[in-house]
Design a protein around this ligand. Sequence first.
Ligand code: FE2
Length: 262
Amino acid sequence: MQFVTLLLVAWASIASIDAVDIPEELQQLLKIAKPKDGSAYELPPLDFAYDSLEPFIDEKTMRAHYLGHHAGYKNKMNAVLKQWSETNEGNDLASQPIIDIIKNINDIPMDFRENLQNQGGGFVNHAWYWATLSPSGDPKAKRTPIEVVSEAVNRRYGNFQLLQKEFNETALNFFGSGYVWLCEVPPSNVLQIITFPNQMSPLAFDLKPILVLDVWEHAYYLKHQNKRAKYIDDWWHVTDWAKVERISKAWKGELNDAKDEL
Ligand SMILES: [Fe+2]
């Protein structure tokens, strides 16, 4: 699967796909819009309590993951953004929202690029992970895609179970630290499961992510230890497809009256 990923990354970087603009509504959904007063980024607030994803994702992991790891990325990202803006080096990319900076990672001056890919990527990727989760009302209920995403899943994979099977195998076989993404590939927006190591973002390859699974060990080791398969299974229980649907609509500019839906 790693080989497939590398092939896809290579393809995505050279294929003549349309450049993707990032809609404002998407940044609002992820709660990572650039502060208007020029202040540093804050952690995107969670929609749920630390213990509310139990028994699938435990409170201890949530606190360490959000208040420890995500906050660490945020603090280090703010520091490097400040350093970069003070140098006036390069173009006006430093003044753009972080999601645009991550998308245009290759335009960042070399002095800051690797650091921002790691810290800024960690900030944005974790925001994406939280933005697609919610507590499960009924642990026995199966959560499934809805509306537009459901149709796209059926078109690409045949049915949701087949998507899950491929996604699970990809996540299970992923070596090292990183994320498994479900992306829309422009211009047709066909769905694609794709992995990226560390804090690399599919945005930098003009892909349009709608769902992400964090498979860094810090995301599950306290509860699941080495049982990544159980973590993946538990994660499906707290994946919120209504939120995934809104992200897909935001990409397409179809999020009507965004303020009401956010
Ligand atoms: Fe993480």
